[in-house]
Design a protein around this ligand. Structure first.
Ligand code: ADP
Ligand code: MG
Length: 733
């Protein structure tokens, strides 16, 4: 009979039988098939008329609107390309607010009244569709009577083919025009930062016409054997383990990080990389991470919208390919308690159309002054909107990771490194409040600003405990969780920095209008900003408990509870920020807040139900079975030794028996209380109230019930324990 108890052991034996899958690995050079499934500029040139090609490039690079007749020409070219590649279907591909990607396939094939069949695809179908998607999260933006949503083509991200389907990246908005996805606000925020950054660049270089956001997303993940995964109902239903005692050995020997990649995993990596390359995803780095069974991959950075599309695509590709390797990929931020969780580090910078990275110091004092302007404005933005930025990556799963093993705490601070901290300090001290003498100016330019590239930190000047660290030519936001859609934090960074750049320009213009020369106006504004941003700069250990205290003293806003974090979107400050740059309307912000609370409640409800079920159906029955064995044993001892030696010979068994009873009682009574807490919370009207109640009264039970289950795991006969243990899931390669 196959029960869960047997399933654990058969899973272990299946896992040992799963060998590395070695077939299907492309033998050709990557460059030969890179982006072969992407309708990129090479394919466009080949399949579009010269006119259509040029119009499309205008739309991509210059954001120009496409006319319908041109859309038709493009659609035909795209269809011909896709059909030649074997595609039979097409879909609008979008990123709804449930964290995954969505698609609804339609066949190219059409049948006319004479029952002739032909492949068809028109400009109308390319540009806009109306998916029946009323069950995506909308936070109340879509009432049932206007349940329609529209997807609209985003030409800046090229179409691609997966599994015989032409996928067209789109935004997803409601009938009344509100965003129902991540992409819409991201694109708007890119426009905001483009406009403000170009204005600043004009102070330094008249050739700059366009500034785009560059993003490099490092993706961490766990992989475990699928047989073991399927023997854990908690992993199946929640993506994380809700119980499990830490193994004697996990990551303490530090023998996994950067170690040689296990053969089975390497085969999996090669397979998903091959598929990713075909989709034009420029994967560059792969390595073992700190925790056992934890890995990372990172592409070369790209324009942010594309980088995020590629990251979403990569995640779904990895899930799919893992299946073919008898593996299961875990993007949950904290699948295993007590060991490292997984993040998605967002490396963020700004690039000009002239090919300059604005966060990279140049060779001349002028370039460096420009660098300092963007650098200091980003720090200022982090100070002003740090709480919102931190909040934008909060979720039930990421909150389990933040502040834990090797993950930054939920306090935003900025790390600059010694050298740049010194540069800012000396800048502050050498810019005088009164009019500077020509000598002072020359000294400042040559000796401080001019020397930045020479003294720039190399990659060793790093602080991995900082949530927002400058790493030489970009900021690395390390707090986002592995499963998130990076659009949420990127939208916040873009908008916050856009606002700061605008204020900077206003300040400089004001000084200039008061008769101060441009360079000095810039210097004085920088000095003011450097002075004002001291509190957000932190070079010490972000993991230490002293930092929490110090951060509080500095007046940095710390996220105290997850539901407070969700409210950051609807604070007066955030509302005015997003309104100023037309990123989110107030209605959209309240909808986001509602969606975050709703998702939190639903996920926690599922976790709590699963834990309750496993506790009552798996754990307690197993513990009772073991108690029965102990009872038999104790009775036997009693019948042999009678009264005089009974106590002595059965004391261990009696102690275990009692211990187990205590744990069983606790599990049972706490599960009952947890169910009651859920019921109380479910009765509340709004998702906000439910979330507060779930957070306060349900969440703590997940820890405290688990504590007793994990104790039982240590005491109950191993051969009776029904769930694969941490040591099996994490150490069997
Ligand atoms: P580490 O683990 O040392 O932080 P990785 O090599 O794993 O570094 O990842 C660094 C990421 O930062 C890569 O995706 C890389 O392409 C990206 N990156 C490098 N330069 C920039 C830049 N100017 N803008 C955005 N991302 C960048
Ligand atoms: Mg890395």
């Amino acid at each position: 009979m196959e029960n869960y108890q047997n399933l654990r052991f058969s899973a272990i034996s299946n896992c040992l039988k799963h060998h590395a899958k070695r077939d299907h690995i492309e033998e050709t050079n990557i460059s030969e098939y890179f982006a072969s499934n992407v309708f990129n500029r090479i394919a466009m040139r080949q399949y579009l008329s010269k006119e259509a090609f040029e119009i499309l490039i205008q739309a991509i690079d210059g954001g120009e609107k496409l006319e319908r007749k041109h859309a038709n020409q493009i659609a035909i070219g795209m269809k011909n390309w896709a059909i030649e590649k074997g595609a039979t279907h097409y879909t609008h591909w979008f990123q709804p607010l449930n964290g995954s990607t969505a698609e609804k396939h339609d066949a190219f094939i059409e049948i006319d009244k004479d029952r002739n069949t032909f492949e068809n695809f028109s400009g109308d179908l390319l540009i806009q569709q109306e998916p029946d998607a009323s069950s995506f999260p909308s936070g109340g933006l879509r009432n049932t009577f206007e349940a329609r949503g529209y997807t609209a083509w985003d030409p800046s991200s090229p179409a691609f083919i997966i599994d015989e389907t032409l996928c067209i990246p789109t935004v997803f908005v409601s009938y009344t025009g509100e965003a129902l996805d991540y992409k819409t606000s991201l694109l708007k925020s890119q426009e905001a930062i483009n406009e403000t950054a170009v204005e600043i660049c004009q102070l330094f270089d008249k050739n700059v016409r366009n500034v785009s956001v560059s993003l490099g997303l490092e993706q961490e993940y766990f992989v475990i054997d699928s047989a073991l995964f399927y023997a854990r109902p908690d992993l199946i239903q929640t993506g994380r383990t809700l119980m499990g005692h830490t193994p004697a050995k996990d990551q303490q020997l530090e023998d996994h990080y950067f170690g040689s990649i296990p053969i089975k995993i390497a085969a999996f990596m090669k397979d998903f990389e091959t598929e990713a390359y075909k989709l034009g995803i420029p994967l560059k780095t792969r390595h073992n991470e700190v925790a056992p069974h934890q890995f990372e991959c990172a592409p070369t950075f790209e324009e942010a919208n594309l980088a995020i599309d590629h990251n979403q695509l990569l995640m779904s590709l990895m899930k799919k390919i893992a299946k073919q390797h008898n593996l299961k990929i875990l993007f949950h931020e904290k699948p295993f308690a007590g060991i490292n969780g997984s993040g998605k580090h967002c490396n963020w910078s700004l690039m000009t159309n002239t090919g300059k990275n604005l966060l990279s110091p140049g060779k001349t004092p002028r370039n460096n002054l420009q660098f300092l302007t963007f650098f200091v404005c980003t720090i200022k933005a982090a100070l002003k909107h740090g709480y919102l930025l931190m909040s934008s990556i909060e979720s039930l799963s990421n909150s389990l990771r933040l502040g834990g093993q090797e993950a930054p705490p939920a306090i935003l601070s900025v790390f600059l490194g010694n050298t740049l901290s010194n540069v800012l300090d000396s800048l502050e001290n050498s810019i005088s409040e009164t009019k500077m003498t020509p000598d002072e100016k020359t000294d400042l330019k040559l000796n401080i600003v001019g020397k930045i590239p020479e003294i720039m930190p190399d990659n060793t000047d790093r602080n991995r405990t900082s949530p927002f660290a400058f790493t030489g030519n970009r900021f690395e936001f390390r707090a986002p969780g592995s499963s998130c859609n990076a659009s949420a934090p990127t939208t916040v960074i873009n908008t916050a920095v856009a606002q700061q750049l605008k204020l900077f320009k206003e300040n400089v213009d004001l000084l200039i209008s008061n008769g101060i020369k441009k360079d000095e106006a810039i210097f004085q504004t920088l000095k003011k900003y450097i002075k004002e941003t001291k509190d957000i700069r932190f070079e010490g250990n972000g993991y230490s408990s002293e930092w929490h205290k110090e951060a509080k003293e500095r007046g940095l806003k710390i996220i105290n509870s997850i539901t407070d974090a969700f409210d950051a979107y609807t604070s007066e400050e955030s509302k005015s920020l997003f309104k100023e740059f037309n990123i989110f309307s107030e209605k959209e912000l309240y909808a986001r807040n509602e969606i975050l609370n709703e998702e939190f409640v639903k996920k926690l409800q599922i976790e709590s139900r699963v834990l309750g079920d496993i506790a009552i159906n798996h754990i307690i029955p197993t513990a009772i079975k073991y108690q029965n064995i102990l009872i038999e044993n104790i009775k036997g001892i009693n019948s042999i030794f009678k009264d005089e030696n009974f106590q002595e010979y059965s004391q261990t068994q009696l102690k275990i028996l009692k211990d187990i009873s205590t744990h069983i009682n606790e599990i049972r009574s706490q599960t009952t209380e947890m169910i009651q807490a859920r019921k109380n919370a479910n009765k509340l009207d709004s998702y906000l109230d439910k979330a507060i109640s779930y957070n306060k009264y349900v969440l703590p039970f997940l820890e405290s019930i688990r504590y007793h289950i994990d104790k039982l795991e240590l005491e109950v006969d191993d051969s009776m324990w029904s769930l694969p243990k941490y040591r099996e899931m994490l150490l069997l390669h």
